[in-house]
Write a protein that binds this ligand. Structure first.
Ligand SMILES: C[S@@+](CC[C@H](N)C(=O)[O-])C[C@H]1O[C@@H](n2cnc3c(N)ncnc32)[C@H](O)[C@@H]1O
Length: 370
């Protein structure tokens, strides 16, 4: 293992610690999963803050795991480091014998280790073989994608995953070039992209190859498919009171996260029933108001924080939820009855009832979407 390249500053670290503290610090040997361990910046801080907590750290990149192992050596008796894609979490938990977890963090995307590595091909600013696999032990490289995909597939990847306006033109340029000679280096690809974009567009929105490189990285690592299946299983693994935090860095990741959470915080029963059907209530509550951003000071100190979107949620106690709903329904019916003809005015019936204990039902309160 070489020297650690680049310096990695964990994004929104204080906020992640604050959000996960009630779940990890509730006593006993709580279980924390870092689904994207990377250089273990978040993980180290979490282990320091919670001396009883066990960490299960996943990463699909063996080099990241090797660095994390060194960094976390002093916590070795309560750390499991696993070479896995995060959608394999249920199998990992089964194998390690943990039926449930108390907290989980997803800090998506690439690490500075990967971006700064001269030989991995993630960065358009450095010349390297076009690899871009986070897991170099398996899978298809960016070189194979660029040299074998048909025009429509290439254009779709660039348009959808890179939100690239000039996807068609770039795909055509790639196809022309590869008929001449196989495209094998990141510098050649970056040059090709720059040359196929109209001159005025080259001057706006950062480096012209940025979106193409992002798109290829997402395609090579099948990032969105893995995230889409990982989020529901991560939510399912959380115990009551357990919390999940997700840091996304582009709109596609954030959209998947928002949808996975929205599915859990809404009531799934028929809307017109006077009482909630057992099991149809929300199973989670949101802890973030919409998507939280990093503050100006953090962005100034750490450019990676500029695009972060944080979302978080907590698993509800189904019994407390049901009780809360029932009490609230009872109270609502009492108030409604007071307003019906022949039952007296609102002020004359006396106490309309104490609103039910809404603990755990607060989808309308803290953290609802705006
Ligand atoms: C942004 S870094 C995480 C940095 C980390 N929070 C820290 O403080 O050092 C993202 C890491 O997640 C890993 N990763 C990305 N997608 C993954 C996936 N589907 N399964 C497992 N690991 C993944 C990458 O290899 C990378 O090391």
């Amino acid at each position: 293992m070489g020297e650690l390249r680049g310096t990695h500053v964990p994004v929104l670290l204080e906020r992640c610690l604050e959000l996960l503290a009630p779940a990890l610090g509730r006593g006993g040997r709580t279980v924390y999963v870092d689904a994207t361990l990377g250089l273990a910046g978040h993980a180290e801080a979490m282990l320091e803050a919670h001396p009883e907590t066990v960490l299960i750290g996943l990463d699909r990149d063996t080099e990241a795991l090797a660095h994390a192992r060194v960094r976390l050596a002093r916590f070795a008796d309560r750390v499991h480091l696993e070479h896995a894609v995060y959608d394999e979490l249920p199998e990992v938990l089964d194998r390690l014998g943990y039926p449930g977890i108390d907290g989980i963090l997803f800090d998506l995307g690439v690490s500075s280790l990967q971006l700064d590595a001269p030989d991995r091909g993630f960065a358009y600013a450095q010349d390297a073989p076009l690899d871009m696999r986070m897991d170099q032990t398996r899978g298809v490289t960016a070189e194979e994608v660029v040299n074998t995909y048909a025009h429509p597939d290439l254009a779709r990847v660039l348009r959808v995953y890179g939100e690239e306006k000039f996807a068609g033109r770039i795909a055509s340029a790639i196809i022309r070039e590869r008929e001449r000679a196989r495209i094998t280096s990141s510098a050649r690809l970056a040059e090709l992209v720059r040359d196929s974009i109209p001159a005025p567009a080259r001057r706006t929105g950062g480096h012209p190859a940025k979106r193409t490189f992002q798109a290829l990285r997402i395609e090579v690592n099948k990032e969105l498919a893995a995230l889409e299946s990982a989020l529901p299983s991560a939510l399912d693994s959380l115990t009551v009171g357990g919390r999940m935090v997700v840091l996304s860095y582009h709109s596609l990741e954030d959209r998947l996260t928002k949808a996975a959470l929205a599915d859990r915080v809404r009531n799934k029963g028929p809307v017109d029933l006077p009482v909630e059907l057992p099991g149809s209530g929300p199973t989670f509550r949101l802890l973030s108001r919409g998507a939280e951003l990093a503050g100006e000071a953090e962005v100034a100190a750490n450019p990676r924080a500029a695009s972060v979107r944080l979302r978080a949620a907590e698993r509800l106690d189904p019994n407390a939820t049901q009780q809360g709903r029932t009490d609230r329904e009872r109270s609502r019916r009492r108030v409604k009855a007071m307003h019906q003809p022949g039952t007296g005015s609102a002020g004359s019936v006396g106490d309309p009832g104490t609103p039910g204990d809404d603990r755990g039902t607060d989808v309308e309160g803290e953290g609802h979407e705006h």
